[in-house]
Ligand binder design. Structure first.
Ligand SMILES: Cc1cc2nc3c(=O)[nH]c(=O)nc-3n(C[C@H](O)[C@H](O)[C@H](O)COP(=O)(O)OP(=O)(O)OC[C@H]3O[C@@H](n4cnc5c(N)ncnc54)[C@H](O)[C@@H]3O)c2cc1C
Length: 291
């Protein structure tokens, strides 16, 4: 089946209007942003929303800005804008590295950060990037805003903490000195979803790892936040031995399944090898920042 089930459609003219429609229509309503994940699912009848609320006219949700100690990214910001942002490249080069290997220009010109995170597809790159960067997601409903850490945002495969009558409006990244970040991905062909991908962000203070974030894509039912490795690394001087141990933890703490992209033990191996590489490169950048 290649055509979606019938649905009603409206173009929101404000965030408040979109939220009011979500509230009025209830669970049958879905936000559509870039449509690059939702429309294929509708065509396959894996998603059958009765009502689409199109937020593409909401320019107020498209921005990347510096706000004191945070970088704030509007939910409707497209992949291409994340790719080109000088501000992000300066503070979180992991975004540019990931965006260079997400899909192709057609998808990147349309797909959004809000849609990527809300799709909650474990194979998707930006969730690992945002997990590593210690991002927080702003969710707005009629009653006000909630700010949710990436660790709490995905509650299962294709499921998020966004409630009925709510939508994502912003992603916030803590902007701290001494940071470096990197993304490592193995894919079958350029532009494919990952066989495995790892994002790492490291903050160095006085020669030791003050904080660190590691996110894994495509090696478990949801994006993996590698907390056990983060706990191991925090407060220690960076070294190859530590990165090796973190890679070992990644191989142990992921839960890949065999599919058309590869066998489970290969993905487990990749999780370890890519974690080591991402941490090594993120740390080199952080040390360069600190110097
Ligand atoms: C051929 C192809 C290759 C791709 N390759 C990759 C890849 O290599 N790596 C990768 O990471 N991604 C890849 N993608 C996915 C791409 O990044 C999508 O653009 C992205 O996953 C979804 O963004 P979107 O804006 O299109 O979301 P949509 O499809 O519009 O929406 C996706 C989901 O999010 C919800 N949603 C959207 N915005 C909001 C909001 N603000 N608040 C609440 N809910 C919201 C929708 O209701 C829907 O459930 C690929 C896609 C295609 C078609």
């Amino acid at each position: 089946m290649q055509t979606p089930a019938p649905f009603d459609y409206e173009r929101a003219t404000s965030v408040e209007g979109a939220i009011a429609s979500l509230e009025r229509i209830g669970p049958d309503a879905r936000i559509i942003a870039g449509g690059h994940s939702l429309l294929p699912m509708m065509k396959l009848r894996l998603a059958n929303p009765a009502h689409l609320i199109d937020i593409n006219d909401l320019d107020e949700l498209s921005y990347i800005r510096d706000a004191d100690d945070e970088i704030r990214i509007g939910a409707l910001t497209r992949h291409v804008d994340l790719l080109k942002s000088g501000l992000l490249a300066q503070w979180f080069p992991v975004f540019r590295e990931a965006e260079q290997v997400i899909a192709d220009p057609v998808v990147r010109n349309r797909g959004t950060i809000g849609g990527s995170l809300c799709q909650a597809d474990a194979a998707e790159d930006l969730s690992a990037v945002c997990t590593a960067a210690k991002a927080r997601v702003v969710v707005r409903g009629a009653g006000g805003e909630r700010v949710i850490s990436m660790g709490d945002f995905h509650v299962g495969p294709y499921m998020t903490a966004v409630g009925a009558g709510e939508m994502v409006t912003e992603v916030r990244l803590p902007r701290r000195p001494g940071g470096g970040s990197a993304h490592e991905k193995v894919e079958r062909r350029a532009g494919d979803f990952a066989i495995a991908a790892v994002s790492a962000a490291v903050w160095i203070d006085g020669g030791t790892i003050a904080d660190v974030g590691v996110g894994l894509s495509a090696v478990a039912p949801i994006t993996v936040e590698l907390s056990r490795a983060e706990d191991l690394l925090r407060g220690r001087a960076p070294s190859e031995e530590l990165f090796e141990q973190a890679g070992q933890i990644a191989s142990e703490d992921c839960a890949p399944t065999a599919d058309g992209r590869g066998p489970a033990d290969y993905k487990r191996h990749l999780a370890g090898a890519l974690t080591k590489r991402a941490l090594r490169r993120a740390t080199a950048r952080a040390l360069h920042q600190e110097a």
